[in-house]
Design a protein around this ligand. Structure first.
Ligand SMILES: Cc1cc2nc3c(=O)[nH]c(=O)nc-3n(C[C@H](O)[C@H](O)[C@H](O)COP(=O)(O)OP(=O)(O)OC[C@H]3O[C@@H](n4cnc5c(N)ncnc54)[C@H](O)[C@@H]3O)c2cc1C
Length: 297
């Protein structure tokens, strides 16, 4: 199937764009059509013009995505570097668009004397991805701060939804409707005039001690099972350093899988499956990927 794009958008989309350029594992086949909207109006017009049977995927900074080597049929909407308005809307509320990087949100909240937002500094994704994943770190979680979200659906229809309309759990968010994506959020913080950049530096330094920051990874591959840590289970199953092709389980943090340069998505997926089945055999615990695996093999 070849995606028909309305005449006005033919120049604005990229066809067969390699998604390895847009994911932190640096793997992934092509997006059939890749579109980065200039703004929300253009996004709405683009969605309205798409045929109803074209699959739609969203990507932020690709820091939690394993795109298979055959790529993604249909359309990929990219928010990184666009949809990036960030403003303080009252003493304690912030309105941020989905493409805002979490690190920028953290820095700006500190400048405004708002918090606790430091944990966002360690999440190398966009706010849109953080909303979809309920990303969190160091005891903070994205949805603890969400008052409302602005969404768009495949017909270009926009809505304001209250946080209570979503079922939110540990790295999981269930939306009230399918095929509706985040374009912005209203976030609530406390006034914390004492918050300063030093706190962020301290958190990032702690992270660097225990995680292979800088290597090509997707952060934690599996969610932690109740009452335990995926990294502990993987390490004690003897899997640190286990390698398939150019992908291996990190020596520094066993819940990270590293692409050393030329791994393919298939190598990463086989390694994920090997870790999962080994931990199940050794410990009797079933691990679930936190990473979203999408596309065709
Ligand atoms: C080194 C490293 C450290 C990490 N540390 C942490 C951590 O401490 N805590 C943590 O929670 N995560 C961590 N992560 C994982 C990742 O950064 C987060 O899950 C992040 O929120 C993903 O954001 P993204 O923009 O990269 O999303 P992507 O990877 O691009 O997408 C993730 C999912 O969100 C969906 N999505 C993206 N944008 C939207 C949108 N606007 N509307 C609806 N759906 C959307 C995508 O379709 C996909 O299903 C880490 C990753 C790395 C590489």
């Amino acid at each position: 199937m070849s995606v028909a794009v309305a005449a006005g958008f033919a120049e604005r989309v990229r066809r067969r764009e390699p998604l390895s350029r847009h994911t932190s594992w640096h793997v992934g086949g092509p997006a059939e059509v890749f579109f980065k909207p200039r703004d929300r109006a253009e996004l709405a017009a683009f969605l309205r013009a798409l045929p109803a049977d074209v699959p739609i995927h969203w990507i932020g900074l690709g820091s939690n995505l394993l795109v298979r080597d055959g790529g993604l049929p249909g359309v990929v909407i990219s928010t990184h570097g666009t949809l990036d308005a960030l403003e303080r809307s009252s003493d304690t509320t912030v309105r941020a668009e989905a493409g805002v990087a979490c690190a920028r949100l953290a820095r700006q909240c500190i400048k405004w004397g708002l918090g606790p937002a430091e944990f966002f500094a360690g999440i190398p994704g966009t706010l849109g991805g953080a909303l979809a994943m309920n990303a969190g770190a160091f005891g903070g979680e994205t949805w603890q701060h969400v008052r409302a979200v602005e969404t768009i659906d495949r017909h270009g229809e926009q809505r304001l939804r209250q946080a209570g309309e979503y079922r939110v759990g540990y790295r999981s968010v269930t939306a009230p409707a399918a095929e509706e994506w985040f374009v912005a959020a209203q976030l609530v913080f406390e006034q914390r005039p004492g918050a300063h950049a030093g706190e962020v530096q301290a958190l990032l330094a702690r992270r660097k001690e225990s995680q292979p920051i800088g290597a090509w990874s997707c952060g934690s591959v599996f969610t932690n099972p109740p009452g335990d840590h995926a990294a502990r289970l993987i390490e004690s199953a003897g899997l640190k350093g286990f390698r398939i092709g150019d992908a291996s389980v990190s020596q520094k943090h066993a819940n990270f899988i590293i692409n050393h340069g030329s791994a393919r998505a298939a190598d990463l997926e086989r390694l994920i499956e090997h870790v999962r089945t080994t931990v199940e055999r050794v410990h009797g615990v079933s691990l679930h990927p936190e990473v979203r695996i999408v596309g065709v093999p």
